[in-house]
Design a protein around this ligand. Structure first.
Ligand code: TXA
Ligand code: MG
Length: 331
């Protein structure tokens, strides 16, 4: 299959909308990461996503909407807590899991009785969603196990020849996937930390339980947490404590080590250094892109400086630890 690269013009967005309506797969930008979209109500279209990504079939997709009018068709009820979060954070990087309407094909929700829904805050995404007028199921547009794409070129690297089109809307603002909160039970449960922080959620709706660490031997509420996500080809080591000193002591064992840091200090000459920037939001916007860059450079190891902090720091650390498969050392 030839994957067409489309731009964010009205004509191209209309064309992308037509492709989605006719059951094709189109990757598109959101404010978090690029998504791989298919008509959420079309079982055959949704099933194609699994093949294109090589995704495990027990991992449900997030359904994207541009208008609240569609919401009642997708879920059984919208509880008061959901209304409050929608008012505050939509459009934006927050996915809300609610009891699903049986019309949504099981393939989109991996047979669960719930569905994750979000309204993205990205002009191109909203124009596309409005253009097709249907809910769009979209996981991140990476090959399964690879870091999420924050540029159209990342999508092409992973999925060219496997999907119908990529709509190029430039770099994603946030750079990490949306926060996922489950409102199907008595207490709200945070399933994935992201751009909307736990602090913001607690302030809006009170008590929120955290359930995003995977405990082997248990059944996770969010199937995605059990997979090693965001993994580059080269092994990643998280270094706590004295990062620069640790890299100095270990870099010479490797031919071409990669370094991910937020400090502007000197590292050994053989290192390829990628700096995450100054603020947590810059770190988030750069993380996946830097990991992909180092992968393309074919580094033999990636030393990553541990990320601390509250708020967005929790999401950053969650993604970094997954990329490292929890391989952590003390510097
Ligand atoms: O920012 C994002 O959320 C991006 C963009 C494209 O919107 N999408 C994304 O989708 O990251 P994906 O499929 O890569 O991750 C979705 C996560 C998975 O961990 C999945 O298990 C969880 O959300 N999820 C989806 N529906 C769920 C449900 N009904 N119950 C529990 N977890 C759910
Ligand atoms: Mg993903």
């Amino acid at each position: 299959m030839n994957t067409i690269l489309l731009t964010a013009t009205d004509d191209d967005i209309s064309y992308a909308a037509e492709l989605l309506k006719s059951g094709k797969l189109v990757a598109f930008p959101t404010e978090t990461v690029y998504g791989l979209g298919a008509n959420a109500m079309d079982k055959k279209a949704v099933e194609k996503i699994f093949t294109a990504k090589g995704r495990p079939i027990d991992n449900p997709f997030i359904v994207h909407i541009a208008s609240l009018d569609i919401l009642p068709n997708l879920v059984q009820t919208v509880p008061e807590t959901a209304r409050r979060l929608i008012d505050l954070f939509w459009p934006g990087p927050l996915t809300i899991v609610l009891k699903k309407n049986p019309q949504i094909p099981d393939a989109a929700t991996a047979g669960l009785d719930s569905v994750g829904i979000r309204m993205p805050k990205n002009d191109v995404a909203l124009r596309l969603l409005k253009g097709c007028g249907i809910p769009i199921a979209a996981p991140s547009a990476n090959a399964s196990g690879r870091p999420s794409p924050t540029l159209a070129s990342h999508v092409m690297d992973d999925l060219s020849g496997k999907i119908d089109a990529v709509l190029d809307g430039g770099a994603c603002d946030v750079g990490l996937e949306s926060t996922v909160i489950d409102l199907t039970g008595d207490v709200p449960v945070l399933l994935r930390p992201g751009g909307i922080t736990a602090e913001q959620l607690c302030e809006a709706i009170g008590d929120v339980r955290h359930r995003f660490e995977f405990i082997p031997g248990t059944v996770p509420r969010s199937p995605g947490v059990k997979y090693k996500h965001y993994a580059p080809n080269s092994p990643v080591i998280i270094v706590k404590g004295q990062f620069q000193r640790y890299v100095e002591q270990h870099a010479e064992r490797y031919k071409k080590p990669g370094v991910i840091t937020y400090e502007t200090v000197q590292f050994p000459k053989n290192c390829i250094v990628k700096n995450l920037g100054q603020s947590p939001s810059e770190h988030a916007a750069n993380l996946f892109s830097h990991i992909r860059y180092l992968d393309n450079e074919k580094v033999d190891i990636i030393f990553a400086q541990d990320i601390e902090g509250e708020g967005l720091g929790v999401a950053l650390r969650n993604r970094l630890y997954k990329a490292a498969d929890n391989h952590i050392v003390q510097g």
